[in-house]
Design a protein around this ligand. Structure first.
Ligand code: ZN
Length: 268
């Protein structure tokens, strides 16, 4: 009888939306409990903070940029002259260095004639990264495809012996042509054939949560299109600065690139 009761209880529990893991390091996420009624208006470094509800309790998810210094940080809100802060402690993380050989040398040392294009694309990418909409957000992500995940987020990168910016996402190795699925519902806010990223798509998942998919062989969506979770947005390819076919997936939160692996169970 007791067993039956337990079974009944379990079946009546609501299915919880799973949250990303907290990781209080540069490139990580701070998960902060808020009081009901106090969820609106918090900002981190002057950017609005994402707030989701778990079992009726508001939870703030804060993206911590790779450039963030270790030490005490806070989200804050200003309410009729009053400043309220929630503090958290960020630890140092040493990311390793990765050396990569790129056959197409122009993708490492572009020609002078490439620079106008590269700068124009950089501006579009920056704009997409900090895009913000009030749309409701589902942070329970699915993997865009089954493949070999590499835990290379945050690694310092040296291309053909030259230092470049750290790796801003997760690489998933897969054959060219494998469909790439939207990890959560979103709106297509940027796309195109970019010099370094190849064919790329940016999705706005709402409240400053952004996905970027790069090196696609094919783009299956249009600018401004609303996509549902699991919908095909493109195909794996080897366009842009790559050593072979794979999906590059970046997740931005309040303008910061964070480790996509935090949205999935196991450490890597
Ligand atoms: Zn990558």
């Amino acid at each position: 009888m007791r067993f039956l009761l337990l079974l009944l209880l379990i079946s009546y529990l609501p299915v919880a939306q799973s949250l990303p893991r907290q990781s209080l390091v540069p490139g990580g996420i701070a998960v902060i409990q808020l009081d009901p009624g106090d969820e609106n208006g918090y900002r981190f470094r002057n950017k609005p903070v994402l707030v989701t509800q778990i079992d009726g309790k508001p939870i703030a998810l804060v993206g911590l940029p790779l450039s963030l210094k270790s030490g005490e940080h806070f989200i804050e809100k200003r309410d009729s002259g009053q400043v309220r802060r929630k503090f958290f402690e960020v630890s140092h993380k040493e990311y390793s260095t990765q050396h990569i050989e790129i056959k197409d040398k122009r993708k490492v040392n572009p020609y002078a004639s490439d620079m106008d294009r590269i700068l124009a694309e950089k501006k579009r990418k920056q704009k997409a990264r900090v895009h913000y909409s009030r749309a409701s957000v589902n942070v329970d992500f699915l993997l865009p495809l089954e493949g070999t995940r590499t835990g290379s987020f945050g690694r310092r990168r040296v291309f053909n012996g030259q230092a470049r910016r750290p790796h801003s996402g997760m690489d998933i190795a897969a054959a060219a042509g494998v469909p790439v699925l939207a990890p959560s519902a979103g709106k297509v806010i940027e796309l195109g054939d970019f010099f370094f990223s190849g064919n790329l798509v940016y999705l706005d998942h709402g409240q400053g949560l952004i996905s970027m998919f790069a090196h696609l062989s094919e783009i299956s969506v249009e600018l401004g299109q609303q996509v549902s979770k699991g919908q095909v947005i493109g195909k794996v390819g080897a366009t842009g600065r790559v050593t072979g076919p794979h999906l590059h997936w970046s997740i931005g939160l309040n303008g910061a690139w964070i480790d996509p692996a935090l949205f999935f169970g196991a450490e890597n």
